[in-house]
Write a protein that binds this ligand. Sequence first.
Ligand code: FES
Length: 185
Amino acid sequence: MSDTVPAHGNRDETGREREDDSVTRRKFFKVVIGVTAFLNGLILGIPFLRAIINPAPLQKLSYTEVGDIGSLPIGEPQDMNFAMRSGDAYRHEEVIHSVWVVKHSPAEVTVFSPICTHLGCHYKWNPQAGHFECPCHGSVFTITGKVIGGPAPRPLDTLPHKLEKGKLFVEWERFKVGVSEKVRA
Ligand code: FES
């Protein structure tokens, strides 16, 4: 009588074949999981890569039309709102911003960011007093943006702009608040 155990299913007398099958299946599942993870990463990573490779739409400043300045009074600051598209590689949205515009002549204006340089509140023009006032901590600025009262550490921030055919275009940007230097945020 032989003492060899007969083969059963995928198993030989030493059990070797079943073990090989098991190893093969594990390898197969590892490959499938790896490929799936890679494809998921690729799909999710495309917008991220696009943002890195081509960051221009996110970071480059561009002029946005604010409006017609023809009817603005000279020497009297005006609060002007405008819509600006913003977003990232995943979504886009339209955001309403405002700027303070001081018209000196039909061809010359100063544009101020509406954000107080102290801690970021929105200040207002006081026509009776003839200066800008911040309601939060009482900073006061002249029509040229100079600090004449309160804790603001620097003058109002001006924004790059241009005039074309009577229309004002502004490069919207934010600056750090609470610091004496005008540094882009
Ligand atoms: S935020 Fe304007 S004075 Fe403080």
